[in-house]
Design a protein around this ligand. Structure first.
Ligand code: PNS
Length: 157
C-alpha cells in the first residue's frame, strides 16, 4: 500500500531546516504533502498564498505536493488518506510542545502515526521566528533560508 505523509507547519517563512525535513520525508514516504496552515494562532509575516508559493519554489527539486489547510490536522490527514504526520524536533523544548498535540491527534484518529525527525545538526538552531527577528533588525538571513525565500524577505523591507 502506498504511504502518504503530511508535513504540516506555518512555514513563516520556510527555512533550510524545513527543507532538510522535506528532503528526508521524500526518502521514506511514497507521497509527501506539505500542508501550510492558514491560522495557527500566529500573525504571519507572509500571507498564506505567499507561504505556499515559497514552499513550492523551495521544493522544486522534490516530489512533493504543497497545499494550504485550515481546521484540524486530523481532518486533513483523513482527506489526504495519510498514514503519517511528520514534525521536526530541534530540541527537548520542541518535544514538550509536540507531545500533547501528537497524543491528542492520535487519540482523535487512532492509526495515524506521528513521526519526529531531527534536522541536520548544523540546521538545528534555525527557526522561522529567529529568521523574522534577524531580518527585522537588519541582519543577514541568507545562510538560514532558501534563496527564493531570501529574495521574498528582502522585498518585504
Ligand atoms: O509550524 P508550526 O506553527 O509549529 O505548526 C503548527 C501546526 C500548524 C502544525 C499546528 O498548529 C496544527 O496542527 N494546527 C492545526 C489545528 C489542529 O489540528 N489543532 C489540534 C492539535 S491537537
Amino acid at each position: 500500500m502506498s504511504k502518504t505523509l503530511i508535513y504540516p507547519g506555518t512555514f513563516d517563512p520556510f527555512t533550510l531546516g524545513h527543507l532538510d525535513l522535506a528532503e528526508r520525508a521524500c526518502r521514506i514516504a511514497d507521497r509527501v504533502v506539505i500542508a501550510v496552515a492558514e491560522h495557527s494562532g500566529k500573525n504571519t509575516l507572509f500571507s498564506l498564498a505567499e507561504r505556499c508559493q515559497l514552499v513550492q519554489e523551495s521544493c522544486k527539486h522534490l516530489r512533493v505536493e504543497v497545499r494550504p489547510f485550515s481546521g484540524l490536522l486530523i481532518n486533513l490527514a483523513a482527506e489526504e488518506q495519510a498514514a503519517m504526520i511528520l514534525r521536526g524536533l530541534r530540541s527537548g523544548t520542541d518535544l514538550d510542545y509536540e507531545r500533547p498535540m501528537a497524543d491528542l491527534n492520535r487519540r482523535m484518529q487512532p492509526g495515524l502515526e506521528v513521526l519526529f525527525m531531527l534536522p541536520a545538526a548544523e540546521l538545528a538552531a534555525i527557526s522561522s521566528s529567529l529568521v523574522r527577528e534577524i531580518h527585522r533588525l537588519g541582519g543577514d538571513t541568507s545562510a538560514l533560508i532558501p534563496p527564493v525565500v531570501q529574495r521574498a524577505l528582502l522585498d518585504k523591507r
